[in-house]
Design a protein around this ligand. Sequence first.
Ligand SMILES: NC(=O)c1ccc[n+]([C@@H]2O[C@H](COP(=O)([O-])OP(=O)(O)OC[C@H]3O[C@@H](n4cnc5c(N)ncnc54)[C@H](O)[C@@H]3O)[C@@H](O)[C@H]2O)c1
Length: 358
Amino acid sequence: MERKKILINKANPILFGHNAYKQLNNLIIQKSYSKILIFSDFETTKYCLPVLESKIKSTIELTETHNYSINSGEINKNLDSAKIIWQFLIEKGFKRNSLIINLGGGMITDLGGFIASAYMRGVDFVNIPTSLLGMVDASIGGKTGIDLKNIKNIIGSFYFPEITVIDTHYLDTLPIKQFKCGLSEIIKHSLIEGKNDWNRLKVLKNIKELNEDIIYTSIKTKVRIVEQDPKEKNIRKFLNFGHTIGHAIESFLLNTDREVLHGEAVAAGIIMESYLSRSICNFDEKKVNEIKNFIDNHFDKIIIKSEEIHEIIKIMSFDKKNKDDTPKFVLMRKIGMIEIDKNVSEKDIVKAIEFYSY
Ligand SMILES: NC(=O)c1ccc[n+]([C@@H]2O[C@H](COP(=O)([O-])OP(=O)(O)OC[C@H]3O[C@@H](n4cnc5c(N)ncnc54)[C@H](O)[C@@H]3O)[C@@H](O)[C@H]2O)c1
């Protein structure tokens, strides 16, 4: 595993395990940073910071290093949090030759990356994702951002970390519900990549069997796609598979007392959009059932009442990725053969939601 390294944009390496910390130490020494900020939330401060400190202790002892922790949760991925950190950086005299180390899930890497991209027109940062979703998705690909006026990621930038450190030991303390959020993105990546990845994943009986090799492969898929289409003009849209309906379900349930996490809604969306792939692109019915069985085995079923279906479809028409009011779907012809911008009738969407539900 130490040999594994993925390069993004011919620089910005994503590094694994012990070698990753070695490179992080080297980076800090070579760049002679004047100050370092380790940015985390209270959870990752408690569970992950002691590990990180033990890995870079002797290096950061030589540099003025601060830790700033904020409350966890998407609700804090906002301008207020960014402002508090920028003020802290100013008060502590952080100059351009500073480093921000983001230690946390996607909330922290998105927010910390954004803070780094704008402070003094850009300072170096390092991502150390501690959630599964952060490792395979959020920390990869250079998108940073914050939410504003209830719109997710509406303010942001493309800005790449110096390095990204993948240490799967952090996952030992990640709550199982959060772990599943990452699993749904791994399922998506495997279906995009091809049958080898999916065949390896679908036999997992217990998701805790999910190993570093699967995480490595999943990251490679995201990197391959991002590199070919960084600004989401064509194939980066593949990554929206499962998200058109998934996102609408997530938004709909936000206004109810039924809590659902993003990744849980995406897992449901993957079943529904696999069903639509059957109707629209002739995707193999056996595979649809295989995907449904796997997801049903690992995720709780989200209850969708029949009278709610039309509300969910209405939300899809407002998706910010649509060109007009018609939702465009990403569907599969085969595993590994993805098609974008597909039109789907309302009748078919209803059938897909019913297929998932019953
Ligand atoms: N930039 C991108 O390309 C991209 C892609 C996908 C998602 N995202 C963003 O990622 C965010 C979601 O990321 P997330 O699912 O990691 O959520 P998160 O960062 O909110 O983390 C989820 C919870 O897990 C806790 N946690 C994280 N690591 C832990 C650990 N090792 N042990 C114990 N607890 C731990 C966190 O404190 C938090 O309470 C969203 O804001 C989303 O918009 C960004």
